[in-house]
Design a protein around this ligand. Sequence first.
Ligand SMILES: *Cc1c(COP(=O)(O)O)cnc(C)c1O
Length: 418
Amino acid sequence: MNSETDHQPVRTKPWGFGMHSSEEFGEEEKALVLGVLDKKRVFRFLGSDKEQSEAFRLERLYRERTGAKHALAVNAGTSALVSALIGAGVGPGDEVIVPAYTYIATAAAVLLARAVPVIVEVDDSLTMDPVALEAAITPYTKAVIPVHMRGVPCRMDEIMEIAGRRGLVVIEDVAQANGGSYKGRALGSIGRAGCFSFQQYKLVTAGEGGLVVTNDDTLHERASIYHDSAFVYWGMNAQNKQPAFPGENYRMSELHAALALAQSGRIDAIVSRLRHIKSSITAAIGDLPQIRLQPIPDPQGDVSYSLVFYLPTAELARRFAQRLAREGIPNGTIDNNGFADRHIYKNWTYVMEKRGASERDTPWNCASYKGNVEYSQDMCPKTLDWLGRAIAIGLHQHMTDEDCDDVIRAIRKTAAAF
Ligand SMILES: *Cc1c(COP(=O)(O)O)cnc(C)c1O
């Protein structure tokens, strides 16, 4: 190769694919949203006509998709997590184990349920390390939230085995992995409950929105009570056996439900295209000795919108990332990206500093809590190490085979220089 062609970037075409979710807005979304306006009813209805409700239809779709007995639509992924935790009986005095790499909302949900988050390492799959999970269990541990980060299924066999043996409730955070599976089972259907998000950055969107699936009648009833401050007084929930307690108003509107419903009909097509894209790229770079691909606990279940590989050190990763960007492929190391990424525990400032809305009575200093959890910036060095030397490239369902080829050639060319 002469030096002139070597200095030509692999790709000069812009890389502009937009979001996975809203890029797909089309006729189905318009029809369902306008249909709600025609019905002149934007509040979800729970009465005898409830089957006409878009929220009801959304819940039915997710019962079908996950095989779960119950589904509850709510107004955000965070609300779904809070409702599931409250539903499972988590509260003051309890500890809930969360991974060091997840959106801050996972830890916030634990605090909103008045429990204490305990932060544990992720492994090279960038999902919860089962060994770290087991080591963090105390007499106060009530639940664990495995998070299927970047569409990658967690090591659910190990996590479920530990949780079963130690008596912990498993609540899956599926916000980033809608449409994924683990050994043939839909993500969200393996633990006691699964929590989805329809925020715009997720695979499919309603702008805002969330959903809880579960087979547990009590969890479902309690989550339902929590998502509506008058739920038990509506009268149409006569089968409800749980006593009333105050709840937030986390209900989903019909407009959001209509959008989420139209979008959710697209999941399987999007995921199957993403899987094709990712596997064609990984098959063509797996032989490179300079990089190591992120191990995926079940590759067939990967939602596949994120391609991650590791360099031996953070410094090499930084240089590799810059060089790859010069070849025309947007990418980044996950840590050290020049901003305080709130997906990394050390940047969860209010958790690190144990701050609540009121200083007088937080989940950490309330009388019910007998544990002594400690946090520090460097408490999860393995997580920081993996994130520091991970390079991530976002994949999009609209990438063509030619775009995939550019990614492959750019990675191979960059690797050759290392
Ligand atoms: C987005 C996200 C949430 C919160 O969802 P919202 O709908 O924004 O409340 C929770 N956990 C993870 C892992 C997320 O990515």
